[in-house]
Design a protein around this ligand. Sequence first.
Ligand SMILES: [Fe+2]
Ligand SMILES: [Fe+2]
Length: 402
Amino acid sequence: MSRSNHHENPYGVGLAYRFNVHAEAVANRNEIDLLELSTEDYIVRERRTYSDPNEILLKDALSTFPCVAHGLSLSIGTVGELNENYLSSTNRFMEQHGLNVFSEHLAFHSVDGNDLTMFLAIPFEEIAVQWVKQNYYAVRRKLQRPFALENVTYSFPAPHSSLSEADFLRRICEETDCTLLLDVTNVFNNAHNHGYDPIEFFDKLPMDRVSQMHLAGGHQREDGRWEDSHSAPVMPEVWPLFDEAVKRSTNLRNVILERDSKLKPFSSVMDDIRKAREIFYTHRPATAPQNHLPDFVDEPVPEPDPLSSDFAGLRSFQRTLMGRITDPAFRKAFLENAPEAVKKFDLIDPEWFQKIVDCPGGMVHEFEEAWDYFQKEDEQVAEEYEKREWAAWAQQLGQGGW
Ligand SMILES: [Fe+2]
Ligand SMILES: [Fe+2]
C-alpha cells in the first residue's frame, strides 16, 4: 500500500495522537484504527522542540497508522486577514507526509494579532455565514482540498442571535462543500450549558455531512457548567448521544478520542476507544464503504475582504469583544462609557452595539483573567525556550561542532 493511500481516507476509531503515549499507542495498534495529528505540534517551532524535535516518533506513527490532520489556529470566523504562514506551513506538512484529511474549528479566537487560544462562538447570524463561506473557500484554495469544520464548546453565544447554533451549522453546510467534524462531547456540553435538546440539535443538522466525530471527557465546574478539558474518560451521558449520532451519520468515516491529560494509565484511554469501536461497528460496516457526500466543487467565491462594509458590524463586534478581554485600558474605558469607548473599533451599528453590551460580564471577565494568566505563561515559555536554544548552541561550540 502506498503512503498516500494509507492516509487517503482513514476509517474507524482512533486517537488524538500525543507523543508522550507513543509507545502505548503502538502497543495497542490492533485496536486503534487511525491517529489524528495535531498539525501545530509540528509546525510551531517551540512546540516541536519540546516534543519530538527530530520527528522520529512522528515518522513511526505515520508509518504505523493511517492519519488525519487537525489544526487549531485558523480562527475561520475572524473578520480579518488569514494567517498565510499558518496555512502554508499546514499545507507543507500535509504534502510532506501524504496526509489528505484536514479539519479545523468553527470558531473565532484571534483578532488584531491577539490569539486567545480559547474558542469564542461566532455570532449565529447570516452575515457570519457569508463571512465563513468566503474564508472557507479561501482556505480551501490554499490547502487544495475541502475540509471539515468542528463545532466547539463555547462559553456564551453572542446575544440576540437570529439563528440557532444548529441552523448556523446547517447554513454553512448549505453555502460551502465543507463536511462536519461533529464533536459529540461539545454537543453535550453546549446543550447542557445553554439549555437545548441535543437530539433536536441532531434533527436540525445535515447529518449526512458528518465525516468525522470527536469524543472527549471534560469536567464539570462548581456552577454546574461543563468544560471541554479533554482530561477525563468520556462522560456516561455522552455515550447514548454518540450512539444516536453514529446511527444517523451515514457518511461518517472516523471517530477520534481526544485526551490531553490523564493519559495514564493508558488502559483508561483504551476503555473509551473500545466502547467507541463497539458503537461505531454496530452501526457502520466493518470496512470503509463508498462515500455519498455531495459532489465537491470549488465555487468561484470571491476572496474575503475584511474591510468590506458588509462585514463592518461583525468585525467591530469581534474587535470590541477582544479589546475587552485583552486590553485593560479599553476594559476600563468600556465600563465607564461604552458608547464612547466602542468608537475605537468603529462600532456604530446599534444592533451590534447592543450585542456587545449584553455579553455576560462574568464570562467576559473569566476570559480576561485567563488572558492575563496565559500572557505570563507565554513569557515564561519563551524565556525557557531561549535558554534551551542558547545552551544547545553553547554545547555545540564547546564540542567544536562549528
Ligand atoms: Fe478540535
Ligand atoms: Fe474536538
